[in-house]
Every structure is written in structure tokens, then in C-alpha cells.
Design a protein around this ligand. Structure first.
Ligand SMILES: [Zn+2]
Ligand SMILES: [Zn+2]
Length: 376
């Protein structure tokens, strides 16, 4: 009796295609071979599509080859554009097409090569054989890098134009959505984007040392962005406009600060915030008292003063060094001054009633009282 070690079940005639019946080596061979066959089929299909495109072989209702693909094979608009660009590109560069048909390079590499060709079609024509050779022998990352160098060397002007094109595409939107949340989206050029990623990561990772940190990575990045901006407003070289530095303005009644609900509590006179959030912001802010009669008549406006004078803040920095929340190591310049007994409740702005808390733990101390108690 023979035992086939790699095969858990005995093979029956007619079911040799079933993967669980294949020996390890055969399984692997078939998979790798399958991948190559798929690549060859893709190359063949690209050639068919190029001919369809050239002849406009589809029904006249479809005005473009892309529309034909969307309708007949249910491609998305983006996928259809990619297929057509690939088919046309392969017609231009026979070395790429040949290597594709022989499955020496796969579809993602073809896409990378054709994208590089756009920088300088003439020079790509000249160098295509060498570039295909590189793509067929390197990893995706290696191919990408080699192509980047080729772009720079082949035509510095074109490469610069390409980089300039990316740079010009940069944009950022920050808009308030319903419910007061602010939506941020945009695209940055490679260098600017890298700067942002590194800055956000350094801030987001610093918080991760804290073992009780239960924020998701996404929440950490969001907090990091807010911290960067708050730090800029607080310590940065911010240009004054209209006689004062740009800042977040909270309008709140004294009653609301003392915890009475239903009183106005507004951010920049548009977003309603909770009284507790207003109390947190007021802990360490500049305050000006506006005396009102009724809803609209201003009787008197007081001077704007810092709740925590600079000298007391300095003394606090010497004593606390950074956030006083257990396990948190945020340095003092990322910290707010927190009143253990709020000044609105008669708490004193003296060292014995103040502690440094990073913005996250300051928020916990006010709005998430469960774990946020500061040190005694
Ligand atoms: Zn506070
Ligand atoms: Zn902290």
C-alpha cells in the first residue's frame, strides 16, 4: 500500500481539481501557474480592448470605449478609464506589451510603467526595454523607486513638471457639518504630506505610552491635529487681526459656568457647546466680562485678563513639569491649567488649587469624570 504524505484524502478520478486533494507542491505550482495565466489573459484582453477602441467596434449608442465598458462589463468609471488607458498605452510601448503577454510583468507593474511613461513619452520609448527588465526583476517597491529615479534622470524638466503638478494638486477643506462636527479632507504633495504624517505620528505615539489610553489610532491622530493647532494659537507667532490674536471665543453666562443648564454656551457665536466644555475652556483662558441688560443691551465691557497669570503658570510648570494625570508624560507646553475647584464656583487661582493637565486629561477631568481625577 502506498501512502501519499501530502494528500489528506485519497484521490478519486474526476475530482483532481479540488484543492484539498492536491499535494503541497502541486498546490503551490498550480497557484503560481494560475497567476501567470491570469496575467497572460489580462494582457490578451488589453490587446482586444485596444482593437475594439481603435475600430470603435461597439454599438454606436456608446460614445466612448469607457462608456461601453461601464455598460457591458459593469466597470466603474474609474476602472473603465484605467482599462482604456492601459490598452492604449500598451499599443505605444511594444516592449511592455510583450513582457505583459509573457507574464514577465504583472498588471500593477504595467500600470506603474505606463504612469512613468507619461513624464516623457519619447524617452520612455527609448528606455522601455531596460525599464521592463527592471520591473520584471524587482519588487513593487523596488520598481517604484527605480522608476522615480528614471523619471528624474530621463527628463529633469518633465520630472519637475510632474512634481509641480502634484504640488499644484494640494488642497484642504475644513467645513462644519451638521451637529457641529468639523469635516477635514484634502490632499498634500509628497513632501508636505510627509511632514504632516511625521508630526501627527510623533504626537499620537507620545500618548500611546499611557497604558490606560483607550483611544483608537484614528482618535489619536485627530487629537494630535487639534493639539498642534491649539499649540500654534497659544504659543505660535500668530499675526494679530483687528487688534487681537485669532482665538477660539466662547460666550457663556456666569450661571452656565456655575453649572446651570439652558443658559447660552456658544463657540464663536455659532456652535452650541455643553456647559462643562465651557467650564473646561474657562479653566485656563483669557476672560472678559460683558455686562448685559436683557438679551441685547451691553452695559459694560471689562478688560480681558488671563485667568491664570503668567507668574503662577511658571510656578506650576516648575512644580508639575507636565500633565499630572497618573501615567501621562505630556510636557507642560501641551498642558492646560486646571482649577480643582473651578473659579466660577469660588475656587482660588493659587498653586494649591491648580494642576497641569494635558488637553486630553483636562477633558477627562471635566467631561468624563469617571477616570479623570487629577492629583490631590
Ligand atoms: Zn479644568
Ligand atoms: Zn495627560
Amino acid at each position: 500500500m502506498t501512502t501519499v504524505l501530502d494528500s489528506p484524502k485519497a484521490r478519486q478520478p474526476g475530482d483532481e481539481l479540488s484543492p484539498e486533494l492536491l499535494a503541497d507542491s502541486e498546490l503551490v505550482d498550480r497557484y503560481v501557474d494560475g497567476r501567470r495565466r491570469v496575467t497572460r489573459l489580462e494582457a490578451e484582453n488589453a490587446a482586444l480592448l485596444a482593437e475594439i477602441d481603435r475600430r470603435r467596434a461597439y454599438e454606436p449608442d456608446f460614445f466612448t470605449t469607457e462608456a461601453f465598458l461601464q455598460s457591458r462589463v459593469a466597470d466603474s468609471g474609474k476602472a473603465a478609464r484605467r482599462c482604456v488607458a492601459e490598452a492604449r498605452g500598451l499599443q505605444e510601448y511594444p516592449s511592455v506589451a510583450m513582457a505583459y503577454r509573457a507574464a514577465e510583468i504583472d498588471r500593477p507593474r504595467v500600470a506603474m510603467l505606463l504612469a512613468a511613461s507619461r513624464v516623457s513619452p519619447g524617452l520612455f520609448q527609448r528606455d522601455q526595454e531596460m525599464l521592463v527588465e527592471t520591473a520584471s526583476t524587482h519588487t513593487m517597491a523596488g520598481t517604484h523607486q527605480a522608476l522615480e529615479y528614471w523619471k528624474q534622470q530621463a527628463d529633469q524638466v518633465a520630472a519637475a513638471a510632474d512634481a509641480e503638478h502634484l504640488h499644484r494638486r494640494r488642497h484642504l477643506h475644513a467645513s462644519q457639518s451638521l451637529g457641529g462636527m468639523v469635516r477635514i479632507d484634502g490632499e498634500l504633495d509628497p513632501i508636505g504630506g510627509r511632514t504632516v504624517i511625521i508630526a501627527l505620528r510623533s504626537l499620537a505615539d507620545a500618548g500611546a505610552i499611557d497604558r490606560v489610553d483607550d483611544r483608537t489610532p484614528e482618535q489619536r491622530r485627530a487629537d494630535a491635529l487639534v493639539e498642534l493647532c491649539a499649540d500654534h494659537l497659544q504659543h505660535g507667532d500668530v499675526a494679530e487681526s483687528g487688534g487681537s490674536k485669532p482665538q477660539v471665543i466662547v460666550t457663556v453666562s456666569l450661571d452656565a459656568l456655575r453649572g446651570r443648564a439652558g443658559e447660552p454656551c456658544e463657540l464663536d457665536a455659532e456652535t452650541v457647546i455643553t456647559p462643562e466644555a465651557a467650564r473646561r475652556i474657562a479653566c485656563d483662558a483669557s476672560v472678559s466680562r460683558v455686562l448685559m441688560r436683557g438679551e441685547s443691551e451691553v452695559l459694560d465691557v471689562g478688560r480681558t485678563t488671563r485667568v491664570v497669570p503668567a507668574a503662577i503658570r511658571r510656578a506650576l510648570v516648575v512644580r508639575d513639569k507636565g500633565c499630572t494625570h497618573p501615567g501621562c508624560d505630556r510636557p507642560h507646553h501641551w498642558c492646560d491649567v486646571h482649577h480643582v475647584v473651578h473659579w466660577a464656583d469660588g475656587g482660588d487661582t493659587g498653586l494649591e488649587n491648580l494642576v497641569l493637565l494635558c488637553r486630553r486629561h483636562h477633558r477627562t477631568a471635566h467631561e468624563g469624570r469617571t477616570s479623570g481625577q487629577s492629583r490631590e
